[in-house]
Design a protein around this ligand. Structure first.
Ligand code: ADP
Length: 415
């Protein structure tokens, strides 16, 4: 209770209440000691009045000051908007009603070079489409946006957008304009890749389909009663249908891998038995091609974190490619090395014709082939190495390709 009173008094009279209490006590003692009452009362009033007037905390309901002593009295709205834009990574400029530059952030500086304050936007930005857009917004006051491509120093695509901003100025509002350039080059690149992929996949499927249709028509017409031709055509048709189903399988495989691209595998796989298994499964194909697959494996287990089926798919693809495209070398060597410390590596080496240097960086692109006819004649789809790359990315592993024309190729998987 006493402390509640103390708090109330403090809030009401600040630190002065203690002094008032002391003065009252002194006046009472004075009266008891014989000082006349009127003198004690006068002294009490004069001294308390002085105490209350000099105590600054006695402004009971004054709101607490929210301003830090370091802040300026008034904030310049333009400086405030500029500071906010400086913190973003979107290239942005503030323009006045005549399209003169009021401010440019660092991101814009990097794209357009430094534009001095006060200079007209067209001094640096030459694109007629962007300038027309700016002009339209300046006259209508309505936001606008267009796509704008810059070719130099490198191909970049931006979403250029302009919108008015009202900022306080004196007693009223002033209108300025925010012109921003959002870099959408990566989005456009992905769009292009997707549409290229659909176009390639459709083309790959259309070719065997057209051939199947052609043979069906021939079998219904000219070859209707020619058993020898029928037998030959049916064999080709079976081949084309098998090619289509291989392609569909690979496409499905790729899309499944894309769905789980960001999920790292959790299991543990011993690569020694896995590579032996892959070799055994490819022996019939290798024998048909006249190729021998030699495994060079360490005696102890070599374990990596991974998905067994996906790793089987990786090494099947690499060893099968080595047998098919390196057939002339008649031998494929598979090395498994695990130095501690150091990475685990599997190298598939063939002794065939090799791959010209300019093709090497593009081998893992979907449908990229050094020779389309060669790949087709070897039952390739052009998706094998793209699948390998996807699986390895998920496994946090790398594919390193080196090749020498006339000597053969090495495909190394480094975990
Ligand atoms: P494909 O289904 O055509 O074999 P891949 O994606 O597996 O598709 O391989 C892409 C291309 O890389 C092949 O078409 C071939 O031109 C080339 N290639 C792959 N492996 C080898 C190799 N060991 N030797 C020579 N060329 C190869």
């Amino acid at each position: 209770m006493v402390s509640e009173w103390g708090t109330w008094l403090s809030r009401r009279f600040g630190g002065a209440w203690l002094l008032l209490l002391a003065l009252s006590l002194a006046a009472t003692l004075g009266v008891v000691a014989g000082v006349p009452l009127w003198q004690a009362a006068l002294g009490w009033f004069v001294l308390s009045g002085l105490a209350l007037v000099t105590d600054r905390s006695l402004e009971p309901d004054a709101p607490p000051s929210s301003q830090s002593p370091d802040l300026p009295e008034t904030i310049d709205p333009l400086a405030y908007v500029s500071a906010t834009l400086e913190a973003t990574d979107t290239a942005s400029l503030l323009l006045d009603r005549e399209a003169n530059v009021l401010f440019q952030n660092k991101a814009s500086d990097r794209v357009w070079g430094a534009l001095p304050v006060g200079v007209h936007l067209s001094a640096r930005l030459r694109s007629p489409a962007v300038l027309d857009m700016v002009r339209e917004t300046l006259s209508t006051g309505k936001p606008n946006q267009i796509e704008h491509a810059e070719r130099l120093p490198s191909q970049q695509v931006f979403l250029a957008r302009i919108a008015p901003i009202e900022i306080p100025s004196g007693q009223g509002l002033d209108r300025i304009y925010l012109l921003s350039f959002r870099d959408i080059s990566e989005l456009r690149r992905l769009d292009r890749m997707r549409s290229d992929f659909v176009a390639n996949a459709s083309h790959e499927l259309r070719t065997p389909l057209a051939s199947l249709r052609g043979f069906i028509e021939t079998l219904q017409g000219p070859a209707k009663s020619d058993p020898k031709a029928q037998e030959r055509f049916l064999a080709i048709m079976l081949d084309q249908a098998t090619r289509m189903s291989r392609l569909v399988d690979d496409l499905l495989s790729l899309s499944r891998l894309e769905l789980k691209a960001n999920l790292a595998p959790e299991g543990t796989v011993d690569l020694v038995p896995l590579l032996s298994h892959v070799r055994d499964s490819l022996v019939p194909l290798a024998e048909d091609l006249g190729v021998e697959i030699d495994l060079h494996l360490p005696p102890a287990p070599v374990e990596v974190t991974g998905d067994r089926d996906e790793l089987v798919q990786v090494f099947e693809n690499l060893i099968e490619n080595a047998c098919k495209y390196g057939q002339e070398g008649e031998r494929v060597d598979v090395y498994l090395t695990a130095s501690d410390p150091g990475p685990v590596e599997v190298t598939v080496q063939d002794h065939g014709p090799g791959i010209p240097l300019e093709h090497v960086p593009r081998l893992t692109e979907r449908f990229y082939r050094v020779s389309v006819t060669d790949s087709r004649s070897k039952k390739g789809t052009g998706l094998g190495l793209a699948i390998v790359k996807h699986i390895l990315t998920r496994h946090r592993a790398r594919l390193i390709v080196s090749s020498e024309v006339g000597k053969g190729s090495r495909f190394t998987v480094r975990f």
